[in-house]
Design a protein around this ligand. Sequence first.
Ligand SMILES: C[C@H](CCC(=O)NCCS(=O)(=O)O)[C@H]1CC[C@H]2[C@@H]3CC[C@@H]4C[C@H](O)CC[C@]4(C)[C@H]3C[C@H](O)[C@]12C
Length: 324
Amino acid sequence: MCTAATYQTRGFYMGRTLDYEFSYGDEITITPRNYPFHFRHMGDVISHYAMIGTAHVAGDYPLYYDAMNEKGLCMAGLNFVGNAVFQELSDSRDNVAQFEFIPWILSQAASLAEARELLTRMSLTGTSFSPELPTAQLHWMIADKTGALTVECMADGMHIYENPVGVLTNNPPFDKQLFHLNDFMHLSAKQPENHFSPDLNLQTYSRGMGALGLPGDLSSASRFVRVAFTKMNSRSGDSESESVSQFFHILGSVDQPRGCCEVAEGNYEITLYTSCCSADTGIYYYTTYENHQISGVDMYRENLDSDTLIRYPMLSNEQIHMQN
Ligand SMILES: C[C@H](CCC(=O)NCCS(=O)(=O)O)[C@H]1CC[C@H]2[C@@H]3CC[C@@H]4C[C@H](O)CC[C@]4(C)[C@H]3C[C@H](O)[C@]12C
């Protein structure tokens, strides 16, 4: 499972958890402006916006899981298994392979409005990267400071949803996830009042009772509600450090500790990493399962006019700051 969320303070932030039982070998990867993209069906794009994110680099190609570009447009791909059905090649449309979707949008669109424009003439095809890396069944969130979209290709075509919550998890399809929030409109960060019965002397015997009923399990539908509640009620200062700190708390609400989600005998899904793209500073922050200290890679500290990928392996050992 995975969860993605946006967060707006004075800056704009978007990130995700990547939950799985093994790693594909992920690296923070910066694609500079002159790295040549050879799109499978759309030819070459030699010069484009630079981007930073987590990718599995295969044969010098950045297979991005989540990223942002230098204009502050962000995008993340999450599992959508059993529902994703990609489109056929079409003569009249821009044919983009599923694994190229993040580079296609982030290399060309400076805003969510421009991304929307590209989507209207696009077909998302199931063309696989290689026999070893077959087409993954994903859906995506695309966002900037003006809003967020969810893109889902299903048997009945491509759905582009406005995403007013700025949250994405996995199954079921997004319209159902959004509708499900209706069931939780009574939840509150404030203490509840007794609407049960005036004839009973009911007491709030603990803090936090306004959100009793918020689902606590790790299913995708439950994580959607939980992270939406956490995000919508989040308060933080406006500074970069206060915002980033709060952002990791938002995604921390859906963190998966090893042992709670068994996917095969003795095999557990865990939060491999949590990321946070800061649109205004160009910094990609992350933590990993075994490194809770927030690390960062700043795209502007690199030569963004170069033509070769810049790669940073994630620091994955706990950094414990001993004080004595
Ligand atoms: C496994 C991850 C989703 C985790 C998740 O959601 N687990 C819940 C399971 S459940 O659905 O809830 O049961 C997803 C998210 C992004 C994916 C990569 C995207 C680029 C590339 C696309 C190519 O086509 C195939 C290889 C490729 C490297 C992909 C590998 C893998 O597929 C990645 C890492």
